[in-house]
Design a protein around this ligand. Structure first.
Ligand code: ADP
Length: 448
């Protein structure tokens, strides 16, 4: 097992990883920018290193500075969390070259799934159904048009390197195609430095259902069920639940077995997520994330398995500590992403938290990196916490969530809590009847 793990991240996920390290008796190293000197993840770590100014490129994304922090502190492994360098194959490779373990998959697997065109092609060969679309990338408008006409409009133009909903543009008809391609390309170039694009059939009423997978790189791989992340704004998840209100045991086991087998065939190591769109009883792969997800706690709640602890164990060379038959699903869990944003305009709301009172009680979990008196810096993602609630049934979970949201008090800044309080009384949400477009339509209606 490792002696010391450096956590190359900030906020709630840095704390989440520290907790797992502490339980395993591993020392922790926090890194931080000058803007984060007072952050909770720095205060609670055994050691901390300032790695640069606020800009992520000069701190949390800066590989030479992170390497220097490893050398100074003698860390023998790095956990990247999510975002930042978590899916950067070169970072994983450089660490391995320096005999520092990257807590995650091999750099080959990160690279394979990091390019969405290669990823789709790879999983298709492994027997996973994919969204209908262009065979590989599209080089020009004529190629794109031919493909779009064959599938039928609307189509989605997507960036091969896309992420966070960027580099994705809708073409409702033939007349929109050229502009959608140009916009997707320029957004992809400026965000990812790669303007390769491909085309997919635009599904009009799918749910986003993703499977948590886990492998040990020693031939064992399992699935830990699904998460339904259909409640989205601008292709970004807002609320996640497990299990999905739309799936039955038969569908779960059938698709779960397909993805677990695919991971065994790849000899995948670590945690991963296979994302699908689900429409009319059919699954269509969209992408694989080769890292821990923001919404991993809902899976932890219904399986009782600590996914971060398992990531660390597997990275240290251990076999998976559970087999498929050991994994059982119990009850229902929902996660709300608490962002420092105005609940109506979604404008970021950094600043001083003057009062902080998180909810508590049975089966209520709050993962957060903030505290009363903390000033949220304006430089980073607006996620300041996650409220995860578990119940024996979906109904019990909703009751507990309603009660927890009413207890949660954060003063000094705007948060998305009022939005969740409103959403969970909507009949469609109460009954689990929503697709990926539901929230946008709801917000448009409440604006007018
Ligand atoms: P990113 O990596 O940028 O998050 P994804 O491919 O994971 O992109 O897609 C993010 C979200 O965009 C999905 O959850 C879904 O809401 C929407 N989306 C992606 N592909 C399609 C599609 N073919 N049809 C309809 N919506 C889609």
């Amino acid at each position: 097992m490792f002696d010391k793990v450096l956590i190359a991240n900030r906020g709630e996920i840095a704390l989440r990883i520290q907790r797992a390290c502490k339980e395993l008796g591993i020392s922790t190293v926090a890194v931080h920018s000058t803007a984060d000197a007072d952050a909770m993840h720095v205060r609670l770590a055994d050691e901390s290193v300032c790695i640069g100014p606020p800009s992520p490129t000069e701190s949390y994304l800066n590989i030479p500075r992170l390497l220097a922090a490893c050398e100074i502190t003698g860390a023998d492994a790095v956990h990247p969390g999510y975002g930042f360098l978590s899916e950067n194959a070169r970072f994983a490779e450089i660490l391995e070259e320096h005999k520092i373990t990257f807590i995650g998959p091999t750099s080959e697997h990160i690279r394979l799934m990091g390019d969405k065109i290669t990823a789709k092609d790879t999983v298709k060969k492994l027997g996973i159904p994919v969204v209908p679309g262009s065979d590989g990338g599209v080089a020009n408008e004529a190629e794109a048009l031919a493909c779009a006409k064959e599938m039928g409009f609307p189509v989605l133009v997507k960036a091969a390197s896309g992420g966070g909903g960027r580099g994705m543009k809708l073409a409702e008809t033939e007349a929109d195609l050229a502009e959608a391609m140009a916009n997707a390309k320029s957004e992809a170039m400026s965000s990812f430095g790669d303007d390769a694009i491909y085309i997919e059939k635009y599904l009009t009423k799918p749910r986003h259902i993703e499977f948590q997978v886990f492998g040990d790189g020693r031939g064992n791989a399992v699935h830990l069920g699904e998460r339904d992340c259909s409640l989205q704004r601008r292709h970004q998840k807002i609320l996640e639940e497990a299990p999905s209100p739309a799936l039955n045991d038969e569908a779960r086991n059938r698709v779960g077995e397909v993805v677990a087998k695919a991971m065994r065939d790849l000899n995948y190591r670590g945690a991963g997520t296979i994302e699908f769109l689900y429409e009319d009883g059919e699954f269509f792969f969209i992408e694989m994330n080769t890292r821990l997800q923001v919404e991993h706690p809902v899976t932890e709640a219904i399986t009782g398995i600590d996914l971060v602890l398992e990531q660390i164990r597997v990275a240290a060379g251990a076999q998976l500590s559970f087999q498929q038959e050991d994994i059982t699903f119990s009850g229902h869990a929902i996660e709300c992403r608490i962002n420092a944003e105005n609940a109506k305009t979604f404008r970021p709301s950094p600043g001083l938290i003057t009062y902080w009172h998180p909810p508590g009680g049975l089966s209520v979990r709050v993962d957060s990196g903030v505290y009363q008196g903390y000033r949220i810096p304006p430089y980073y993602d607006s996620l300041i916490g996650k409220l995860i609630v578990h119940g024996k049934t979906r109904n019990e979970c909703m009751m507990r969530l309603r009660r927890s949201l009413s207890e949660f008090v954060i003063d000094g800044i705007d948060t998305t809590i009022p939005l969740f309080s409103e959403l969970i009384s909507q009949p469609d949400i109460v009954n689990g009847l929503y697709d990926i477009h539901w929230l946008e339509k709801y917000l448009a209606k409440s604006e007018s």
